[in-house]
Design a protein around this ligand. Structure first.
Ligand SMILES: Cc1cc2nc3c(=O)[nH]c(=O)nc-3n(C[C@H](O)[C@H](O)[C@H](O)COP(=O)(O)OP(=O)(O)OC[C@H]3O[C@@H](n4cnc5c(N)ncnc54)[C@H](O)[C@@H]3O)c2cc1C
Length: 459
């Protein structure tokens, strides 16, 4: 060594030492075990800020958390971005709203950097009644325990009294459609319906072949049955439960337009129908302007015109694979997803189906009423309970019917039934959840959710 040094001039020796010291310092920085680093946040650290916590193995969850933070910031919402290894009970207790972006590794395990969070936080009990949260769970469906760590966080938060803003969004292998669904939730959360898509869907050509209003005279906003037929080269394959992503005003095909964010609609038909059927409620913005997506589908696009649409697979809402009884609960345009499920069950010869559906008035809001009645008469739909909220003095909703039918519901669940809920996230979904929890017991409902016998597609 001294021989080598002796061969170097003073200046070169000095430069070599600086390089070595820099190298060693860098190595020490990255390799030194840091159990509880000081919190590194992007943005605002106040109780009003949305906490965005990520648990990342390969960096993908961290990247998505970063994009989430950017989207919310673009909408003017304050955010606090942190790795799970930086999250402790005090931070969780202070937060009012939190989004978890987490991957699952190995046999359903947490990513390595989340080890301390699992040990110190997930094994403890915390009062989190004032926390609302959402979970983006990254995984790979090829593996057992798909998205298990995301679901573990979700269950733990529920047990601490926190309220889910929406159901866990599972992302299979970086699926862009599922990530757009997450972005839809971000736009609802930040009340910014115009937040741009991170990645625009690869839209295809579907011809708008039919459209008619199905609730003339209704006290509610107009609802339209819409049919879209695939044009050349479009492989029209989907399953009941899948979603149509729509490009408002065909913006990606029009060079004069800025790309507009996608909108999602539950598909109400099967490929055997030869067309995608949608049931779309015409929304209005606070300034009276038609909603971007619903305005386009119900009034803007002309019948006979091609529209830009893409089908998004939504495995969480596919029909049960085995011949178990099925309880379908929903309201409003939620009948769309339930109708596709009923069609697929009937096509498979599975007739033990029970629909509990709510709208406003029987006189105007019997969506697909003739078809449902025919299925019931033919024994393909064993039971139908329609609940019209405004046909009597007191307001009645599907959750009331769920409570009234407690004994029958328990019997169906004992027979192995699955429960599928589709419709409003505001009002209906939490009220039905509470009713089911009271009727069946919170533990049973949780077990049903874990074993995929309780599924929801609510918006
Ligand atoms: C998985 C999924 C399935 C869906 N299926 C259907 C369906 O089958 N039929 C259907 O009609 N719609 C469905 N929707 C809702 C649909 O995607 C749009 O959110 C809805 O059409 C309003 O969008 P818009 O572009 O017309 O209105 P926007 O231009 O987004 O604005 C309309 C106004 O309504 C408010 N708003 C937007 N979305 C909601 C909301 N969800 N609840 C309350 N207020 C809101 C906005 O703040 C704004 O003031 C579904 C959504 C999801 C996520």
């Amino acid at each position: 060594m001294s021989g080598i040094l002796a061969g170097l001039s003073d200046a070169r020796l000095y430069s070599a030492c600086v390089v070595v010291i820099l190298y060693l310092t860098t190595c020490a920085y990255f390799l030194w075990p840091r159990r509880r680093p000081a919190i590194v946040t992007a943005g605002d650290r106040t109780a009003s800020a949305t906490l965005i916590a990520f648990g990342s193995q390969t960096g993908f969850a961290a990247e998505l958390a970063n994009r989430t933070a950017q989207s919310l910031q673009a909408a003017g919402a304050p955010v606090m971005l942190a790795s799970l290894q930086q999250i402790n009970d005090e931070i969780l207790r202070q937060a009012k709203q939190a989004l978890f972006v987490v991957s699952t590794t190995g046999e359903g395990d947490a990513p390595d950097p989340a080890a301390a969070f699992v040990r110190d936080v997930l094994d403890s009990s915390l009062p989190l009644k004032s926390l609302s949260y959402g979970v983006l769970a990254l995984g790979d469906r090829e593996y057992d325990n798909y998205c298990a760590f995301g679901h573990r966080i979700d269950q733990w938060l529920r047990h601490q009294g926190a309220t889910a803003l929406f159901d866990v969004i599972e992302v299979d292998n970086g699926d862009e459609g599922a990530l757009r669904h997450w972005q839809h939730q971000l736009s609802v959360l930040s009340n910014s319906p115009d937040l741009p898509d991170w990645e625009a869907p690869r839209y295809e050509r579907w011809r708008l072949t039919a459209r008619h209003q199905v609730n003339s005279g209704s006290a509610g906003d107009a609802c339209f049955h819409i049919e879209l037929r695939p044009q050349a080269d479009v492989s029209a394959t989907w399953q009941a439960g899948d979603i149509a992503e729509v490009d408002p005003r065909n913006s990606t095909w029009d060079e004069k337009l800025e790309p507009l964010p996608h909108r999602e609609y539950s598909i109400a038909s099967l490929p055997a129908d030869g067309a995608i059927h949608l049931l779309v409620r015409q929304m209005r913005r606070p300034d009276g302007e038609p909603g971007l997506g619903s305005g386009w589908l119900t009034a803007g696009a002309r019948v006979g015109e091609d529209v830009a649409v893409r089908v998004r697979s939504n495995p969480n809402f596919h029909a049960p694979q085995s011949d178990v009884p099925l309880i379908l609960i929903g309201n409003g345009t939620g009948i769309a997803g339930l109708r596709a499920l009923l069609k697929t069950r009937i096509a498979e010869g599975r007739h033990r189906n029970w629909l509990i559906f709510g709208e406003r008035n029987a006189a105007h809001d019997r969506f697909y009423g003739d078809e449902l009645e025919q299925w019931r008469a033919e024994g393909k739909l064993e039971r139908v309970d329609l609940v019209f909220s405004r046909d009597q003095a007191e307001r009645r909703y599907v959750q009331h019917r769920v409570r009234e039918c407690a004994d029958d519901l328990k019997r169906w669940i004992e027979d192995g039934a699955a429960i599928y809920v589709c419709g409003s996230l505001q009002g209906m979904a939490p009220a039905v959840d509470a009713a089911l929890s009271d009727v069946l017991g919170a533990g049973t409902l949780e077990e049903l959710a874990i074993s995929s016998r309780y599924r929801r597609d609510v918006y």
